[in-house]
Structure formats: C-alpha cells, structure tokens
Design a protein around this ligand. Structure first.
Ligand code: ADP
Length: 175
C-alpha cells in the first residue's frame, strides 16, 4: 500500500532490501563496526561485494541513531545509508534513538539529492525492538521529517515477513 504526505509517497512492501532496483538509496540496519554480520547487514554486504566493506572501514564505529553514507557497489542502488539502531532495552531512550536513525538517514539522503529511499525495519531483528512499536516510531518520524525534505519524493518500507508488512500497513493507514 502507499500514501502521499505533502507530495512524498510512502510505501510499504514485502520483500528483500537488496532487491529494490528502482530506488536510489537503500538503508542498512548496520552494526557499530559497519561489518557484514547477519540479517540486513549480511544481505547488503553479500549483494554489494567486498568493496563495500572496504569503503565502510574508515567510517566505523558509529553510534546508535547515527547514519553514514557509502556507494552501492554491486547493489542496483547508487547509495547505501548505514544506520545503527538501538538494542531494545539496552540503548536508551530507544524510541528517541530509533527516531534519530530515520531522521538522520532522510537528512543525509536529502543532502545527497536522493529522490527515493528504501528502509528495512531497523532494530526489529537481532536488536529485539517490537515491530508494532518500531513501526509507530518509524512512520511518525518519517511524517515529521517530510516537510524539511527537498529532494526525497519516495520513501519505501521493505518488510521481510507478511506479519511485519501488515503491522506497518496498519500504522501507515492511521498516520
Ligand atoms: P537489527 O540488528 O537492526 O535488529 P536485523 O538485520 O537483525 O537488524 O533485522 C532488521 C529487520 O530486517 C528484521 O525485521 C528482519 O526480519 C528484517 N530483514 C532481514 N533480512 C532482510 C532483508 N534481506 N530485506 C529486508 N528485511 C530484512
């Protein structure tokens, strides 16, 4: 499903973040050292190839809530924006730190004149953030950030499971 807010399209789809060829940037749910690891980071590094790891090295470590940008290498996207989400119950306040991820990623995208960006559900895997709560923070932050964006016109949420898709769709609907 999709919704337009102030001329910006917000979409929720089920799929794989490494297979979004029609967006300029994809977001990595990174770890502090910007290393391959598991989940989204593993999939992104596998698809991008070893040159991504090389480009990431001098940018690490990053802090929860922070975002950094690299090229997309062998991904079908020009850029990867790496965000470190909070570990639920550990990095606090988690809602503020998760919100920082989305805000900082969108600001960075806009500074690079990026028109379209796809996010995974940051922190909802290994980092343990409940999907419902994370979706509320993510979509609220996107809505609040949209008025300050000049270049970003499409924001897509790519959810791995049907359950996560349905949760995000409901939150988007009620936005
Ligand atoms: P975090 O460490 O921030 O929790 P994870 O990578 O462990 O990040 O998981 C974040 C979310 O991304 C989880 O909901 C997970 O199911 C989902 N996910 C895992 N692989 C992919 C993928 N290839 N594309 C999109 N979402 C994915």
């Amino acid at each position: 499903m999709e919704k337009k807010i102030s001329g910006v399209t917000i979409e929720c789809v089920q799929g794989d973040i490494t297979r979004q060829p029609d967006v300029t940037a994809v977001v990595n749910a990174a770890n502090a050292w910007l290393k391959p690891g598991g989940g989204v980071a593993g999939a992104i590094h596998r698809a991008a190839g070893p040159e991504l790891d090389k480009e990431c090295r001098p940018l690490a470590p990053i802090k929860p809530g922070q975002a950094v940008i690299t090229g997309g290498h062998n991904l079908p996207n020009k850029y990867v924006i790496h965000c470190l989400g909070p570990r639920y119950g550990v990095d606090k306040p988690e809602d503020r730190l998760l919100s920082d991820c989305y805000r900082n990623a969108l600001k960075l995208a806009d500074e690079h004149e990026i028109d379209s960006i796809a996010f995974p559900a940051i922190s909802t895997g290994v980092f343990g953030y409940p999907v419902q709560e994370a979706a509320e923070v993510a979509l609220r932050t996107v809505k609040e950030t949209i008025p300050s964006l000049k270049h970003v016109h499409k924001i897509r949420f790519v959810l791995h499971s049907d359950r996560d898709l349905k949760i995000h769709e409901k939150v988007l609907e009620s936005l």
